[in-house]
Design a protein around this ligand. Structure first.
Ligand code: GLN
Ligand code: ZN
Length: 766
């Protein structure tokens, strides 16, 4: 057995510094490379990653995590325990072909559903568990990776989603047995984990990391107190095994202080807590005693954000734990899979801003400093602490971080600034817009064609100038407007051709944000996004969207919607500053958008949509934190929109319709019209809305834009009839589920023609 862990990270970015894995996997899917070549690329990437993490300073045995994934860590775990839903039983091919079949579906089979991983932007594949889904250990991939590491002379620590979290995140598969609880099969699953641990030990693993973030969430089927009971049972059994690696049990993404006293009694060798999002319980004598012979890994370095950690504060926390009598080592709060690789690559970023940042590699370096401080004493790292203090002080005092005018304006916001006039009064004023019943519209973007991407790239490389690029965009907008008029859509959009991304576009046009070159972060599978960095007080120097909207409106007699991204979504999809509450940052963004809306309205734009697809995503995992989140997020949206006059119609768009715990918040947004996703659930949402006497406009999506399938006029009409049976036609809008940017023109045109025809058909019946 190896010694204690002296400091570690819970995981490392997986797509590669230049997204090599993404490219190789996509080439494999496209048939351009074979499996051998893909496996070779992946193997090289893993080797380079281990080497790199070690070179950054994690040199001790087992401090390098073996956290590679072909697509998703939950899917990895599903294959590791053989829990591949029975409906995939007939899929043939290699291990990897089966794996990708689950991830992406086949001609005949829908893929596993994807859903958000805790309160992050990362999405995982949801395992389907039935009463008789087989569980069968297959540790071949992990064992192979351990072997590769050994050849490199590195002892790595396999990282696996733990059994409780695996089942808590799984869903009971459809059919008559769907109402059973997957966690009831925990004992069987733990048997399989037991076998896997034995195999990993035999392959040379000295430690294994089992991630149990389910223990911090209030948003799962079972309360976390019950999940803790399940975990206690599982780890009693796993800990009792004789042939196994030492176990590091982690509880990232939230607060596990309630659970720590219990976890300390379990027969594992180390427990990790996330001290960025969570807190420590009281370090009383009993806890200290239960930690005898165990280690506490204190997650003091933020794995979800890109700022340098306050090393001195982190070191004080570590020392306090040690002084209480617990053996402690520094760790990240969560896996570094949520941050980019390396700040040093961002050569175009302002140098001063760059000095404040820590991406994955810099976070490793921070862990290494803290470990050394624990080993050699505070004086040994005093130079590093002092340097870090100076950088933090520089950040706090830098121009733009705090702008007096912005702060004064936020401080002067009153309740009245968040309230529009009464709904009825607005409705009366908006009568004049002459919007028909069952008005047809789209969510904003039109297909982002290869031509658009090419023109943008040429402009970014300086191959075409601003005037030429603007000319191109105007032509694009004109063709989108003409097309909608031809099809007969009632309320038009300009198509968003000028936006590379609905958040980055605003980030590029607001002060207080910076954008990176290589700051990619995996969002699911081979998909990655490049979040902007919100580092300072937010101001709008000039109108952003107004010229485009004005131009689009000038081309038609119908209304063209102004199109903005809401404050909550802008924050959710950026790296936000950590030196003030998110709520305060949201107010600043809201005020910038409020000015944009005022300018749009002054330019004659009568309908303005403010998208908030991320409203639900930021909802905190812990129940007690939810009310205050909902209050500030709704408040920010209202601050952005409530300056609009009565006759300006405010729309919002949310990408989902399972409102559950946020239904009051959606209502609280007080938008005149809300469009939502509803086609896949066959309009399930209209019934509760109708029952609740919902009185504003609602556009339940009538077709799913995630596939190339063209919905027929009849099926859209059918869905609309379901809706009009519950909600007056006057309130109903007819639109797709979401924006069309990922679709091609062929299917878009056909689908929208059918949508318009279906709306006319049902309008005639009412
Ligand atoms: N207006 C955006 C679009 O149509 C909304 C996208 C979204 O909700 N994610 O692309
Ligand atoms: Zn959407």
């Amino acid at each position: 057995m190896s010694a204690l862990i002296s400091g570690t990270i819970l995981g490392y970015p997986r797509l590669g510094r230049r997204r090599e894995l993404k490219r190789a996997i996509e080439a494999f899917w496209a048939g351009k490379i074979d499996e051998a070549e893909l496996r070779n690329t992946a193997k090289e990437l893993r080797a380079a990653t281990r080497e790199h993490i070690k070179a950054e300073g994690l040199t001790a045995d087992s401090s390098v995590p073996e956290s590679f994934s072909w697509y998703d860590q939950v899917l990895d775990a599903a294959l590791l325990v053989g829990a591949t839903s029975p409906r995939f039983a007939d899929v043939s091919g290699t291990w990897l072909e089966k794996y990708f079949a689950l991830a992406r579906g086949t001609d005949k089979l829908q893929p596993l559903e994807m859903t958000k991983w805790f309160d992050t932007n990362y999405h995982y594949s949801v395992p389907e568990i039935t009463l008789d889904t087989p569980f069968k250990a297959d540790s071949s991939e992990l064992v192979k990776q351990l072997g590769e590491a050994k050849e490199q002379g590195i002892v790595t620590r396999p990282v696996i989603v733990g059994p409780v979290t695996f089942l808590a995140l799984a869903k009971a598969a459809e059919g008559e047995k769907a109402c059973f609880e997957p966690l009831n099969r925990l004992d069987e699953l733990v048997d399989v984990y037991a076998q896997i641990l034995g195999e990993l030990a035999a392959a040379g693993a000295q430690w294994v990391q089992l991630d149990e973030p389910a223990l911090v969430s209030d948003s799962l089927r079972l309360p976390k107190s019950e999940l803790l009971e399940f975990a206690a049972k599982a780890y009693e059994r796993l800990g009792g095994l004789t042939a196994r690696p030492q176990i590091l049990l982690t509880t990232p993404y939230g607060d596990s202080s309630y659970a720590l006293p219990k976890l300390a009694t379990l027969p594992v060798e180390a427990v990790q807590v996330d001290l960025v999002r969570g807190k420590l319980p009281e370090l009383d004598a009993e806890l200290v005693k239960n930690f005898e012979g165990k280690q506490l890994l204190a997650g003091v370095v933020d794995g979800r954000n890109i700022w340098r950690t306050d090393l001195r504060a982190a070191f004080e926390t570590l020392e306090r734990i040690r002084e209480a009598g617990i053996s402690v080592a520094p760790a990240t709060g969560v896996s570094l899979q949520h941050v980019p690789h390396d700040v040093r690559e961002e050569t175009k970023l302002d140098e001063r801003l760059r000095s404040w940042l820590a991406f994955a590699d810099q976070k490793i370096a921070q862990i290494v400093v803290l470990s050394r401080g624990l080993a050699e004493g505070g004086e040994a790292i005093e130079a590093e602490l002092a340097e870090n203090d100076a950088i933090l002080a520089d950040r706090a005092a830098a121009p733009g971080v705090k702008v007096d005018a912005v702060r004064q304006r936020v401080a002067a916001v009153t309740a009245a600034d968040r309230n529009r006039s009464a709904e009825q009064q607005r409705r009366d004023a908006q009568e004049a817009l002459g919007i028909p019943n069952l008005a047809t519209t789209t969510i904003g973007s039109f297909p982002q064609t290869g031509e658009i991407r090419k023109a943008r790239a040429a402009f970014n490389r300086g191959e075409i100038d601003q005037a030429a690029y603007d000319e191109f965009l105007r032509a694009e907008i004109k063709s989108v407007i003409d097309l909608q008029n031809e099809i007969g859509i009632d309320v038009l959009v300009h198509g968003e051709a000028e936006r590379n991304d609905m958040v980055q576009y605003f980030a590029e046009n607001l002060d207080g944000f910076a954008v990176t070159e290589h700051g990619w972060v995996q969002s699911y599978g081979t998909r990655a996004t490049r979040p902007s960095i919100l580092w300072g007080d937010v101001t709008r120097q000039a109108p952003i969207t107004v010229e485009w909207s004005k131009y689009a409106q000038s081309l038609t007699d119908k209304f063209v919607k102004g199109m903005l991204t809401g404050p909550v979504t802008i924050l959710a999809w950026s790296f936000v500053r950590d030196d003030q509450p998110l709520a305060d940052t949201a107010e600043q963004v809201a005020l910038a958008l409020r000015d944009e809306i005022a300018d749009l309205a002054a330019a004659g734009i009568k309908i303005i949509q403010v998208d908030e697809p991320a409203l639900r995503e930021l909802l905190p995992l812990e129940k007690e934190k939810q009310p205050s989140y909902l209050e500030w997020s709704v408040g920010a949206f209202r601050l952005a929109t409530a300056g609009a006059a009565d006759d300006v119609q405010i729309h919002t768009h949310l990408c989902y319709s399972e409102f559950g715990e946020i239904i009051d918040a959606v209502n609280g947004l007080d938008a005149d019209v809300t469009s939502i996703e509803a086609a896949r659930s066959r309009m399930d949402v209209v019934e509760p809305l109708g029952d609740a006497g919902y009185s504003r406009g609602i556009g339940p999506g009538v077709y799913d834009i995630h596939t190339t399938r063209i919905p027929s006029q009849e099926e859209i009409a059918e869905l609309l009839r379901i809706a009009v049976a519950r909600i007056p036609a006057k309130q109903l809008w007819v639109n797709p589920d979401c924006g069309l940017k990922t679709r091609g023109y062929n299917e878009t045109i056909e689908s929208l023609k059918n949508l318009v025809a279906a709306a006319q058909e049902v309008r005639a019946e009412n």
